[in-house]
Ligand binder design. Sequence first.
Ligand code: NCD
Length: 323
Amino acid sequence: MRHLLDTRTLSRDDALRILDVAEDMRDTQSREVKKLPTLRGKTVVNLFFEDSTRTRISFEAAAKRLSADVINFSAKGSSVSKGESLQDTAQTLQAMGADAVVIRHGASGAPHTLATSGWISAGVLNAGDGTHEHPTQALLDAFTIRKRFFGDDSRGRDLAGFHVAIVGDILHSRVARSNVWLLTTLGARVTLVAPPTLVPQDVSAWPVTISYDLDQAIASAPDAVMMLRIQLERMNAAYFPTEREYSRRWGLDAARMGSLPTASIVMHPGPMNRGLEISADAADSPRSTVLEQVANGVSVRMAALYLLLAGERPTTHPQEEAR
Ligand code: NCD
């Protein structure tokens, strides 16, 4: 794997390889010494043009646990705010010896441009581009579902037979898009649930079922309900009457959660708007995987960095190296 730009073009084999390597990484993270020497001497640059806390920190933790050097570059207060182009920024980082660039950008397609422009030779990881994709988020979500349902027996398994409902602001969500492609590649069935105003126009070309009714979707007994954040910062118009009305119709609360099958899980990529798309009791219930998603994110990003920077067929297994 040279780059990780999207899940739309990620094959089932590559997806399972990342998830399985992430299992190995997770095993190493329960040890007292969490650090592996695998990427010693490599430099990972976090290039963030959009605000982010958890994704940047997660990539930073992942790179450091593999012993890579990490340079955090956030566009605010940098030469980018003085008008420097993506090309100049990228070439500067390349000249400093970056082996991998983790990029988050407000423009859909920016990571793809970076990877294919010939400006840099580093591997590119998309950490969220506009409303397009957020591949490591979808991978950590798939990892979390697999782990909850199969536990230690997760390796090699896909999600055939699973039904996932993705609920809320689909229109602005790169998390929803990356999950639609990855979950269906792994064999799961996906239902998108949203008010009509928050469903993208091109959705008819996606391999999903659309529902405008959360209660109906819950009655169909999904294995996982993934609540999305209402992205108020990307909204320049009124997409729903009031927040209260939104919560009443499309929010997950204790009553709706109680109608789910006992084994079903509740997911959210964070950051949560508690009281809007998800109530506090739903977010904090034992069904909620919110904190597992955060923890698994580090393992999945370790796996992605490892596969990009250490090659597909390592001579030593990451777990063996740590011994
Ligand atoms: C998501 C993102 O930035 O796309 N969050 C994240 O990666 N932690 C989802 C969101 O912002 O709602």
